[in-house]
Every structure is written in structure tokens, then in C-alpha cells.
Design a protein around this ligand. Structure first.
Ligand code: ADP
Ligand code: ADP
Length: 218
């Protein structure tokens, strides 16, 4: 059997992780695992975890490591992950990164490459204030990646919405949380020779091209 391929998408909120993770997952026939989407799914289904997560998400804080790691552990144990996965939004702390390593070691696997999509703060705020999402997790931008019909999902016709936590004030706090708690992973994965920096200010297609190259060379 081929060695499973696990890719970790790293970058600040709004860098384009979700947009690119979807493209990569499709191109490489891997599952796309977004912890943000998983939490929002729990929220929609009004589970206990969803309620807990909501209180952190609305404030732009990270959900505690313990519950986040457990949720990812359960997801990665599902049969559709045997060939690997594109992880989007996880790990977000060094504790989560260590946990991921331990977890993957159980499958005799490890993270293969960590594309770090780098985008300056002022661009992030603009991207997130124009982000429109569908309930199934598809992502648009009012200017940079608009749907065919305003506020309507291209594929299933459902209504698009703006995320509560994409308001500028919360966005600024999320960027701070990213700097304090997630940015240390840049060093963590550089030391493991897994980090590949990608210029996230390019067009969506330009970023995809660089990402595909990074994965092929890994
Ligand atoms: P993340 O998952 O890192 O938070 P998203 O993939 O949701 O980021 O992208 C944030 C917003 O920016 C979305 O509205 C998306 O359509 C838009 N976007 C993503 N990549 C680009 C890009 N290269 N250029 C312009 N806008 C982009
Ligand atoms: P973005 O696309 O802007 O990067 P996400 O959809 O990935 O945002 O995450 C939204 C929120 O969900 C985060 O602000 C945080 O509250 C929570 N969250 C997502 N992933 C994690 C994680 N790995 N650890 C802790 N909290 C997380």
C-alpha cells in the first residue's frame, strides 16, 4: 500500500487555507479536514461540543486543545483517511502539532509537507470582510472570487452568509491569537524541514500552482 500523504496547511486567518485545501484535496484525491468546518457542523447540529466551541469561536479564541485534538483523532480514524488528508486549520498550537505527530505515528505515517501561505495583515482583513460562505463550507469572496449570482452558492443554490467571526474587530483579535499561539509552528515545522513558504498575495490560481509544486517536490 502507498504511504499515506498528510499535508498541513499553515497560515493566518484569511490566507486562503480553506480555498486551497479544497483544490489540493480534489487534485490529490485526499479528504479535506477543516477543524473550523467540523466545529461549525457541531454547532449546526447543536451538540455539546458545538456549544462549547461556539463560546470560543465567537470571541475569536481557540477552542481548548483537549477537545480539538479528540475531534481530529476521531476524524482521522475514519476509513476515508487511509490515503491521507489535507489538514486545514489544524494544528494551531504546538501541543496540537505534537499530538498530530503521535497520532500519525500510530498509522506509521507523518506529515509530509507544510505549506505556509503568507499574507500581510491588511490583506487579511480585506479578505475576511468580503468572505461569503455556504453552509456546506464552500468559500467565495465578494470581489476576488464572487459566486455567479450574488449571495447564492454556485453548486447547490443555497444562500451564502458572512461568518459572525469575520467582523473586523474579531478578525483583528484572531490575527493576534494566530501570532501568539499558531505562528510558533512556523519554527516548529522549519526545524523539521517540512515548511514551504508560499506567497499568498498572488491570485488563487497562482497560489495553487506554487502549492502543487511544493507537494510534488516534497
Ligand atoms: P482561510 O481558510 O485561510 O481563512 P479562505 O480560503 O477562507 O482563508 O479565504 C479567505 C477569503 O479570501 C475568502 O473570501 C476567499 O475567497 C478569499 N481568497 C482566498 N485566496 C485568495 C487569493 N489568492 N486572492 C484573493 N482572495 C482570496
Ligand atoms: P479561518 O478559516 O479564518 O482560519 P477556521 O474556520 O479555521 O478559521 O476557524 C474558526 C474558529 O474555529 C477559530 O477561530 C477557532 O475558534 C476554532 N478553531 C478552528 N480550528 C481550531 C484549532 N485547531 N484549535 C482551536 N480552535 C480552532
Amino acid at each position: 500500500m502507498k504511504t499515506p500523504l498528510y499535508i498541513v496547511m499553515l497560515g493566518p486567518p484569511g490566507a486562503g487555507k480553506g480555498t486551497q485545501a479544497k483544490v489540493l484535496a480534489q487534485a490529490l484525491s485526499l479528504v479535506h479536514i477543516s477543524t473550523g468546518d467540523l466545529f461549525r457542523e457541531h454547532l449546526k447540529n447543536e451538540t455539546e461540543l458545538g456549544q462549547l466551541a461556539q463560546s470560543f469561536m465567537n470571541k475569536g479564541e481557540l477552542v481548548p486543545d483537549g477537545v480539538t485534538i479528540k475531534m481530529v483523532e476521531e476524524r482521522l480514524a475514519k476509513p476515508d483517511c487511509v490515503s491521507g488528508a489535507v489538514l486545514d486549520g489544524f494544528p494551531r498550537t504546538p501541543v496540537q502539532a505534537e499530538a498530530l505527530e503521535t497520532l500519525l505515528a500510530q498509522f506509521d505515517a507523518g506529515v509530509k509537507v507544510v505549506p505556509f501561505i503568507n499574507v500581510p495583515d491588511e490583506v487579511l482583513v480585506e479578505r475576511l470582510s468580503g468572505r461569503w460562505v455556504s453552509s456546506s463550507g464552500r468559500v467565495y469572496h465578494a470581489l476576488y472570487n464572487p459566486p455567479m449570482v450574488q449571495w447564492i452558492d454556485d453548486l447547490d443554490g443555497s444562500e451564502l452568509y458572512q461568518r459572525e467571526d469575520d467582523q473586523p474587530e474579531t478578525v483583528r483579535h484572531r490575527i493576534k491569537v494566530y501570532r501568539d499561539q499558531t505562528a510558533p509552528l512556523i519554527d516548529y515545522y522549519t526545524q523539521k524541514s517540512l515548511l514551504v513558504e508560499i506567497d499568498g498575495t498572488q491570485s488563487i490560481e497562482g497560489v495553487t500552482e506554487d502549492l502543487m509544486k511544493a507537494v510534488e517536490e516534497a
